[in-house]
Design a protein around this ligand. Structure first.
Ligand code: COI
Length: 380
């Protein structure tokens, strides 16, 4: 699409929705298949007050990122896993099951049309938000007759304000995130609305986020409202096993594989108890938005536990740096997780000033010049 050009201050990106050029939109009837759809100008949508999503929360979403890499490419990361999870989530919420190929093409089209909104290498990433909801009206509780799917994107920096600082978490003892046999493993919008009140209370008390407990066994931990959880102790990296109420995070799985296959650590997806986390050598959380963020303090029933004296531990650091290096093509991707969407044709000496050129996802051949740009920096 033609239209406005990105005018962004890349040095002050937070995690907020920035309007871009276009979004992808498709509509599907309850008994139909997800096909077609097109790019439309980014903008607001109209909804019936009786829409299924407004009244009964019939909506699910995904979160994935595009990165500008050291090799001058723009790449997607493990989009297959988001596509599979979207199929699972749509099925669970009685939305027409989204075909993974349709999902991927929609993401590619949206990113491809908004390439100039992908932050330069080292300055953050493009957050991609595919979302689908029940549009048609319903007064009685039932799946509605029509659904809308939109993919919108936004350039982002760090998820948590203040960037790379130790997280200050609270163990949530009054509220659960998800119920056993509920929708905790689907990326349902209701899981996130349920987390808003506990999060608001925690923020008033000065915490960054909360750790939710298992609703059945309350000394077992599950995850945060916005991320999965890891602990490291005595040479073993552990994360709560997927019990049905925990989200099967793409970053969670990536950290497990990096830690076991590249860092050769013992990794266990297992029951993780409160005492394990309070006595851990290192604690960190993982998610697409969050990337990998280390935890410096945990408060449980007004008692404060310092983790690794508030410092990022070496295992956390290696997991984080390896993940980011793969995403930014600073190291070889031994897993085949990276998919090029586009590459920069180096028509100018600096990759930052290079001309963006759309290329087929089948691969980018660089015309010249190497990587470059700054390291560090949020997002990713
Ligand atoms: C993500 O990490 O992509 C999520 O969807 C979590 C959300 C709270 C931003």
């Amino acid at each position: 699409m033609t239209g406005k050009k990105a005018k962004i201050d890349w040095d002050s990106l937070g995690f907020d929705a920035v309007e871009t050029r276009s979004m992808f939109k498709a509509i599907c009837s309850q008994d139909g298949q997800w096909t077609g759809g097109s790019l439309v100008p980014y903008g607001t949508i109209e909804l019936s007050p009786a829409a299924g999503v407004l009244n009964y929360g019939q909506g699910v979403f995904e979160g994935t990122k595009a990165f500008h890499t050291a090799k001058g490419n723009i790449v997607l990361f493990r989009i297959d896993r988001n596509a599979e999870r979207m199929a699972l989530s749509t099925k669970r919420l009685c939305i027409p099951i989204m075909d993974p190929d349709f999902f991927k093409q929609a993401v590619l089209a949206t990113v491809g049309d908004n390439l100039d909104y992908v932050p330069p290498y080292g300055k953050g990433s493009m957050y991609i938000r595919p979302i689908v909801w029940g549009t048609a009206p319903a007064l009685g509780v039932r799946p509605v007759s029509e659904y809308t799917f939109i993919v919108f994107v936004s350039p982002v920096g760090s998820y948590f304000k203040g960037g790379i600082k130790p997280l200050n978490l609270k163990v949530e003892t009054h509220f659960h995130r998800a119920a056993p046999k509920g929708i905790g493993n689907a990326k349902a919008i209701g899981n996130y609305s349920a987390s808003l009140y506990p999060l608001a209370l925690a923020k008033q008390e000065g915490f960054d986020e909360v750790i939710y407990l298992d609703a059945r066994i309350e000394d077992r931990v599950e995850e945060l409202g916005s991320a999965n959880l890891f602990i490291y102790k005595d040479g073993v990296l552990k994360t709560p096993k997927l019990s049905g109420s925990i989200l099967d995070g793409v970053t969670r799985n990536s950290v497990c594989r990096i830690a076991s296959e590249l860092l050769e650590l013992q990794v266990e997806e297992t029951d993780v108890y409160l005492k394990d986390i309070l006595e851990a050598d290192e604690v960190f959380c993982s998610g697409t938005a969050v990337t990998v963020a280390h935890v410096g303090r945990i408060t449980f029933n007004d008692k404060v536990f310092e983790i690794n004296q508030g410092q990022m531990g070496s295992v956390t650091e290696k997991c984080k740096e390896t993940l980011i290096a793969i995403q930014r093509e600073e190291m070889e991707d031994p897993f085949g997780w990276i998919i090029p969407v586009a590459c920069l044709l180096y028509t100018s000496p600096s990759p930052r000033d290079a001309t963006l050129s759309r290329m087929p996802a089948s691969g980018c051949k660089k015309k010249g010049g190497g990587g470059g740009g700054g390291g560090g920096g949020g997002g990713g």
